[in-house]
Design a binder for this molecule. Sequence first.
Ligand code: ATP
Ligand code: MG
Length: 243
Amino acid sequence: MAKLVAVWGSPNSGKTTFAVKLASAIYSEYNSTVMLVCPDMETPTLPVLFPNAKRDDLSSIGAALAKTEVTKDDVIRQTVSIKGMQNFGVVGFKDGENKYTYPQFDETKVRMLFTALSDIGQVILVDCTSSLSNPISSYAVKNADEVIRIAAPTLKSVSWQSSQLALYADPAYKLERQIQGLNVPDGELYMPVEEARAHISDIRFSVPYCREVKRQMTEGKLWQGVKDKEFSKKFRALVEKVV
Ligand SMILES: Nc1ncnc2c1ncn2[C@@H]1O[C@H](COP(=O)(O)OP(=O)(O)OP(=O)(O)O)[C@@H](O)[C@H]1O
Ligand SMILES: [Mg+2]
């Protein structure tokens, strides 16, 4: 069985950045087949991760979900690959798409998608949307072997935690088992890390701000390694924790 890891948390806390860096670290440390799933249909992630790709060079997982059966072959066909990274695939939505682009899909379809994904990859990493009204994110948080919940040291992140976690009190979401992390997504502004620690309980790890990572995101190069030793060390340690 493939290992399913969900990255979830407050808006703009660095979930996508974290998910890509963790997926890349797992890929290189364990030499495994890794599938990164980006289910956001409000701000499709593929055009953000691949800013230099033409729209037609990318494929959309919506096309696989639109069929009666979600097959392994269809998922492979709709997987975006990265030059130089064999056995690493990204599935998500394309530029211009939204929740009305494809017929609505329910949990049965989502389950079929994850069955197909686990036939393809050894590790499946889901960059969940903050709102679990997204059915792929909701399935991932409920069924993941590990859920990593990201917060940032900002008032918005604290406000999100305090408002939204109450919505997911149902044991199906396994809130108490989730691994809480604190990510610092900005280096220009003062980030009240210590104050945030007082408001966000049970922080198990923290990720520092890394200027190189910020630049990588704007250049579509998040897949590449970083020279920053502190940052890389964090991810190596996390790989051991979750895989
Ligand atoms: N540790 C970090 N070091 C430097 N920059 C970071 C770090 N984490 C996140 N960022 C930057 O912060 C911004 C928000 O990150 P990201 O898009 O990953 O957040 P998100 O939680 O996925 O947002 P959304 O809720 O919109 O999906 C981006 O510009 C990203 O490059
Ligand atoms: Mg994101």
